[in-house]
Design a protein around this ligand. Structure first.
Ligand code: NAD
Length: 423
């Protein structure tokens, strides 16, 4: 199906995958076409121009988007991405996946996503602050602690969230800590938020390895991406005895057949800004990393990296999706035929939004929890969600993605049914 009345990109992308996943699940659940349309259609979309005065005095106009996919279970929740690849269809897909992720984790949120088409590495911090503040001002009527709560994603971080919170607060005349999550801990952020996505990925990866009767200690992994998600995932996997043989970023990949020294690699990345040039490993390319002979593959970079052209070469028994949408629909089919277990993004990387929810709860109550409390609650949520998805998959004889999406879509459809249609 297509989204009613919306201009769509002509090249295949993540939105096609998101719509196909929903269609498959609506068929499994026996939903009619109207219900499928209701679940597919974004509730609100806004595209804004962001005029930016560069440090040299010149003016540039950037484009940003915010898509609120579904609001039936509560305010919208979703990250803000700064990347040259951002387009409206990508933001739509990411917003839809946020709806399912929040519902799967039983958080009182709908799904949203934001993006600005910009390569942040080409702009100074002062320029990025101006972009963030102007973007926030442009979407101001849509956001807020009871409407839509942004968080960091690719190319954004806790500084971006501090600027967003400040801009929102200044416009409202008082400090509103619950307006965004992923803020610095000194400014109403939650302990454990920065590491939550990676920790959640590793909780689920360890459960999945055991499910496949593989002892995590001594098993092997490759992690694509060494940013906020991939770097922590590599560190926690290594801390749990998993040998991380390879990792990568957009500048290159490194491989060490006896296992990378992750703490030495982190020191190198802090200095060099990239994994490239790390002396403790051999240079390989990103495609080779995806096809390494390892037990576990964690794509933690961008969407669509596992596709029809390379899924047949994956040798891992287990793929745990740290990134959103790293596996295309065709690749999913190929991996399924080859018996590779894929733990879907909406489950595997949900730790971030779970602790964002904890941050929002703490900010709204102005009552702060310890790191240990946050991590204990996160572990419980991740383990429970893994068990629920596994049970759903067993009972309905489904792959994990379809099972997780079924659970989530059912909850969202039920909220629509209970609320009714207005008028
Ligand atoms: P980030 O910007 O901190 O890191 C992205 C990493 O991927 C960087 O190391 C970058 O160099 C690398 N990369 C980009 N393109 C690549 C390519 N083609 N090949 C190899 N490496 C490449 O972003 P992040 O926050 O770590 O997000 C990564 C993924 O995880 C995204 O899909 C994001 O939506 C998802 N995610 C993030 C969070 C979060 O809390 N940050 C939560 C859930 C999901």
């Amino acid at each position: 199906m297509t989204l009613a009345g919306e201009a769509r990109s002509t090249t295949r992308g993540p939105l096609d995958d998101a719509i196909e996943q929903l269609a498959e699940v609506c068929q499994i659940l026996g939903y009619d076409e109207g219900t499928e349309q209701l679940l597919a259609a974004p509730r609100r979309e806004v595209t804004v121009s962001i005029p930016l005065r560069r440090d040299d005095g010149s003016v540039e106009v950037l484009t940003g988007h915010r898509v609120q996919h579904n609001l039936s279970r509560g305010p919208a929740k979703g990250g803000l991405r700064f990347s040259p690849h951002v387009d409206l269809d990508e933001v739509r897909a990411l917003a839809m996946w946020m709806t399912w992720k929040c519902a799967l984790m039983d958080l009182p949120y709908g799904g949203a996503k934001g993006g600005v088409t910009i390569d942040p590495s080409r702009y100074s911090s002062a320029e990025l602050e101006r972009v963030t503040r102007r973007y926030t001002s442009e979407i101001l009527p849509l956001i807020g602690p009871t409407r839509d709560i942004p968080a960091p994603d690719i190319g954004t971080d806790e500084n971006t969230m501090a600027w967003m919170m400040d801009t929102y607060s200044v416009a409202n005349g008082h400090t509103v800590l619950g307006a965004v999550t992923g803020k610095p801990v000194s400014l109403g952020g939650s302990h454990g938020r920065a590491t939550a996505t990676s920790l959640g990925v590793v909780h689920v990866a360890l459960e999945a390895l055991r499910h496949l009767r593989l002892d995590p200690v001594g098993s092997t992994a490759a992690v694509q991406g060494f940013g906020k998600v991939g770097r922590g995932a590599a560190r926690y996997l290594a801390e749990n005895g998993v040998q991380v043989l390879a990792t990568s970023d957009e500048h290159g990949a490194v491989w060490q057949p006896d296992g990378l020294d992750i703490s030495a690699l982190e020191t190198h990345v802090d200095r060099a800004g990239t994994v490239a040039g790390f002396s403790g490993g051999t240079v390989i390319d990103n495609d080779t990393l995806l096809a390494l002979d390892v037990d576990l593959l964690v794509p933690a970079a961008v969407e669509g990296v596992l596709h029809a052209g390379n899924a047949g070469a994956v040798r891992a028994q287990l793929v745990v999706e740290g990134a959103n949408g790293p596996t295309t629909t065709e690749a999913d089919r190929i991996l399924q035929e080859r018996g590779v277990l894929v733990v879907p993004d909406i489950l595997a990387n949900a730790g971030g939004v779970v602790v964002s929810y904890f941050e929002w709860v703490q900010a709204n109550q102005a009552y702060w929890w310890s790191q240990a409390e946050v991590e204990a609650r996160l572990t419980e949520r991740m383990t429970d969600a893994w068990q629920h998805v596994l049970t759903e998959a067993d009972e309905r004889r489904l792959q994990l993605r379809a099972a997780a999406t079924c659970l989530a879509v059912r909850r969202v459809a039920e909220a629509h049914r209970q609320r009714g249609l207005y008028p």
